[in-house]
Design a protein around this ligand. Structure first.
Ligand SMILES: Nc1nc2c(ncn2[C@@H]2O[C@H](COP(=O)(O)OP(=O)(O)OP(=O)(O)O)[C@@H](O)[C@H]2O)c(=O)[nH]1
Ligand SMILES: [Mg+2]
Length: 487
């Protein structure tokens, strides 16, 4: 089986077997070649979710610039792809026309793509090339709302998200049933069932939590933590994170002038300022030592909650632009979200891309009743069951709630060894970053020895022993890597 065979090699082999099976079908071979090409491309991460969940704002926060048009400025139904490129450039793709370059300008409020002459519904994709380091390893995809308010059931947008992207940040303001159903639609396949490892739930617009009280961001973080242990969430998402895209973006683009204006506001006696910050109207009309226009700008970028938070932060010590910016980014949840994206998506990009290829082959085979297709479907299933990468990820999911019944410290060690705190050797072994190969070896060998005992312990439940076997195999992998490196 795939033990000893690497996942990427197994997937590459499968794609070639499928190409052989469909050699007389140009549509299928075209599709399969596209999947082969995708294996070499950056990871595709879609930002999806319901109407006005804050998708475009969060995408801008991740990019650190106001690139994506906010609040549905573009045609509905369009997927907008943000790729790394030498200079800003946008190309429109539609069903009935050849690709067309779009006029584009960066303005103070974001990117302006000229869509004059296009009818809604004609456009399918806009590909934006944008020079930024943030896009070296991932392509970000801004997507239209999953369903209008009140609608339910299968969503064509989510179907396309699961087909065209490798991973998804699913934004929801409250993690309601319809959001869970949208995520669960990704499980209606062998691949979706065996490897539900491509989604992060993001509680969005968290500055508005509980009516925007000053502890809103903290409350939202607690909610996200609780949600990430909910069985319906663990079944579809690798984690749940709370993030206010608005505050995160404001932190990233904060200027010296913004900081100076906020400092002037923070100097106003607190009870007095608080009265002005009760509503947008009061804030804009009141007597304050900052120009109305500047206030309007702050309000636009930070929101009322953000202005309240920022002035409090200035008052309690954030006395430089850099300090305030860093604190806003951290409190917004953007730092944690970026860490999660790195840990679960970017660091595991090869696994996620292999997963996408498996899903594409499965979809193709399912529509075909021939014996050759059934046989290949069996191969898909064997790769899913046997590939160590997917076993690690399934164990990680199982370790998130208490289903397995390991003691907390044992569960924490298992989680770390299978890459839950990062997939690098030092992170897995819980040692310093610059530990010597000798030390890594000793710690890995010791862990392997202890977990082998567990894997063979007749007093443990079968599921626990199986889990321990996965950990042992991870340790073996690390020792093999160290042995190779030492040669
Ligand atoms: N308070 C607050 N407002 C936000 C946040 N994120 C977005 N908004 C506001 O919500 C509105 C919609 O934001 P978008 O980023 O366009 O949301 P979207 O999900 O892309 O919207 P659609 O693409 O139209 O579905 C805008 O007015 C944003 O300023 C946030 O974190 N906090
Ligand atoms: Mg949008």
């Amino acid at each position: 089986m795939t033990v000893g065979l690497r996942l990427d090699e197994a997937v590459w082999g499968l794609l070639h077997r499928a190409l052989e099976l469909y050699r007389d079908d140009p549509r299928a071979t075209g599709h399969l070649r596209h999947q082969l090409a995708r294996l070499e491309q950056p990871l595709r991460v879609a930002v999806a979710g319901p109407w006005r969940a804050g998708k475009s704002t969060l995408l801008n926060a991740l990019l650190g610039e106001e690139v994506a048009p906010v609040a549905g400025a573009d045609g509905s139904g369009v997927f907008t792809w943000y790729e790394d490129g030498p200079q800003p450039r946008a190309t429109a793709y539609s069903a009935g026309h050849p690709p067309q370059e779009l006029a584009m300008a960066k303005s103070a409020t974001g990117l302006r793509v000229d869509l004059v002459g296009w009818r809604t519904g004609e456009l399918r994709d806009i590909v934006v090339r944008w020079p930024t380091r943030a896009l070296r390893q991932v392509t970000l995809v801004d997507t239209p709302a999953v369903a209008g308010p009140g609608e339910q059931g299968r969503s064509p947008v989510m179907e396309r998200v699961f087909r065209d992207a490798d991973a998804v940040l699913y934004l929801t303001r409250d993690g309601r049933g319809s959001d869970l159903r949208a995520l669960e639609s990704g499980r209606e396949s062998l691949v979706g069932q065996a490897a539900p490892v491509n989604a992060i739930m993001v509680l969005s617009r968290t500055d508005e939590t509980g009516g925007g009280k000053i502890d809103a961001l903290l409350t939202a973080r607690q909610l996200a933590r609780r949600q990430s242990r909910d069985p319906r969430v663990t079944a579809t998402c690798v984690t749940a994170v709370a993030c206010s895209g608005l505050i995160g973006l404001a932190g990233r683009v904060l200027s010296e002038a913004d900081h100076a204006a906020l400092a002037r506001l923070a100097a106003v006696p607190r009870p007095e300022l608080e009265v002005h910050l009760l509503s947008a109207d009061r804030f804009l009309r009141g007597e304050l030592p900052v120009d109305t226009q500047v206030r309007a700008g702050l309000l636009d970028r930070l929101g009322l909650f953000g202005v309240r938070l920022a002035t409090t932060l200035v008052r309690t010590g954030c006395d430089t632009r850099a300090a305030l910016s860093a604190e806003l980014i951290r409190r917004s949840g953007l730092t944690e979200l970026r860490e999660s994206v790195n840990r679960f998506f970017v660091d595991r990009r090869e696994t996620l891309k292999s997963r996408s290829a498996l899903a594409a082959v499965e979809a193709l085979l399912r529509a075909d009743p021939s014996p050759g297709a059934a046989e290949l479907l069996g191969a898909v299933e064997r790769i899913l069951a046997g590939a160590h990468e997917f076993r690690e990820l399934r164990l990680l999911a199982a370790l998130r709630d208490t289903r397995l019944g390991f003691d907390a410290d044992v569960a924490a060690e298992a989680r770390r060894l299978v890459g839950g705190d990062g997939v690098g050797l030092a992170a897995r072994l819980g040692v310093e970053h610059d530990a010597s190969a000798q030390r890594l070896w000793e710690v890995a060998a010791d862990a392997q020895w202890r977990w082998r005992d567990r894997a063979e312990d007749p007093l443990l439940r079968l599921a626990q022993r199986r889990g321990a076997q996965v950990v042992v195999r991870s340790c073996e992998g690390m020792l093999a890597e160290l042995a190779e490196g030492g040669r």
